[in-house]
Ligand binder design. Structure first.
Ligand code: 6PG
Length: 217
């Protein structure tokens, strides 16, 4: 686990994202990237520019999605389209059906390993759409499932724990005082308490407010 405390989370997240995607392209000639919803991921998408990367070597997927039409204002795809895809041409795979997306991932990523998996964490300790108590947390075979969520969309699609475990690089962005208590439990408490602990192998970028309860430097 790596925890980086940063002053400007959106800028640090943007730089870390670019760095990881560039490293993947250097190492493997392409980058399979899983995106998430949420405010900090959105700020990253808004900063990305056509000149930032060789986008022809990038394929974008979704770690989770709300079970709503793609044009619905609650849709993560719609958010990414408005923040990024309207300006940058890049191959993108929307998530609209769990079984079909599971098959798509098996076709595109036979080893199940995203090069870069970008995540956020909710103030209830969820990540992707893996919520506390969600049956998806127990999934060991399927890579994408449909399950319960919270407002604004009670039904969600989400990648499962095996996919989090296989990702080559995980970046997780956590900002705001409202997440300070749960972040402490996630990073310093016993394992198995919060879904976000499935991302403990990743690089955690946290702003000062979210990091305020952490004891470790
Ligand atoms: C979603 C997510 C979700 C999100 C976190 C953090 O679609 O809602 O993918 O896991 O990343 O809830 O969101 P914020 O950064 O907005 O708090």
């Amino acid at each position: 686990m790596t925890v980086r405390r940063v002053h400007d989370l959106a800028t640090a997240a943007y730089k870390a994202f670019l760095d990881e995607v560039e490293q993947a392209i250097l190492a493997r000639g392409r980058a399979f990237v899983a995106l998430s919803g949420g405010s900090t991921p959105k700020a990253v998408y808004e900063r990305l520019q056509p000149s930032d990367l060789d986008w022809s070597k990038v394929e974008l997927f979704f770690s989770d999605e709300r079970d709503v039409p793609l044009e619905d204002e609650r849709s993560n795809f719609r958010m990414v389209k408005q923040a990024l895809l309207n300006r940058v041409e890049v191959a993108t795979h929307p998530l609209t059906n769990a079984a079909a997306y599971d098959q798509l991932l098996r076709d595109r990523l036979p080893d199940g390993a995203f090069d870069v998996l970008l995540l956020g964490m909710g103030d209830d300790g969820h990540t992707a759409s893996l919520f506390p108590g969600s049956p998806a947390l127990l999934e060991t075979e399927r890579w994408v499932v449909e399950g319960p969520g919270v407002a604004p969309s009670p039904r969600r699609f989400t990648i499962t724990p095996p996919v989090l475990a296989k990702a080559r690089r995980v970046l997780i962005f956590v900002g705001g005082a409202g997440k300070a208590d749960v972040l402490k439990e996630v990073l310093e408490g016993p394992p198995g308490q919060h879904p976000a602990q499935l991302a403990l192998q990743g690089e955690w970028l946290v702003d000062e407010a979210a990091a305020s309860r952490l004891t470790a430097d």
